[in-house]
Design a binder for this molecule. Structure first.
Ligand code: HEC
Length: 107
């Protein structure tokens, strides 16, 4: 009897956290898809840089806070970075930023 109670309690603890992971994965996936389509031609599939700079090192020409990245991506930068605000919603830009953070963590 005790074991069954324990199993039920454990299950209740585990299920909600799985669901949370799922949501985060979906968000990350959409960020990944946008990045692959729109950013990787210039920044490389892993964000390591090509025509555009490496986005996974900790060096930022225009600042590395979420707000700085948001401004760079939505308004573009003079050295050849296009503005995306007409093509990507604020929500999508935020998802791409999350994806870039993930790439940086992987190294
Ligand atoms: C046509 C090529 C091109 C595409 C496409 C492109 N970028 Fe860029 N990006 C650049 C270049 C070139 C720079 C450097 C601009 C400068 O130094 O003024 C840059 C700079 C940046 C920076 C600033 C880096 C820093 O050091 O501050 C970020 C962030 C960035 N890009 C993100 C993105 C994202 C996200 C996308 C996709 C939505 C994207 N870029 C698509 C060419 C591109």
């Amino acid at each position: 009897m005790k074991t069954i109670v324990m199993v039920v309690i454990l299950a209740l603890m585990v299920i909600p956290s799985c669901q949370k992971d799922k949501t985060e994965e979906v968000i990350a996936d959409e960020g990944a898809r946008i990045f692959k389509q729109r950013c990787s031609p210039c920044h490389g599939p892993q964000g390591k840089g090509d025509i555009g700079p490496d986005l996974t090192d900790s060096e930022w020409r225009y600042g590395g806070t979420d707000q700085d990245l948001f401004e760079t991506i939505s308004n573009g930068r003079p050295g050849g970075m296009p503005a995306w605000k007409n093509e990507l919603s604020e929500e999508k830009i935020r998802k791409v930023i999350r994806h870039i953070r993930g790439l940086a963590e992987k190294g």
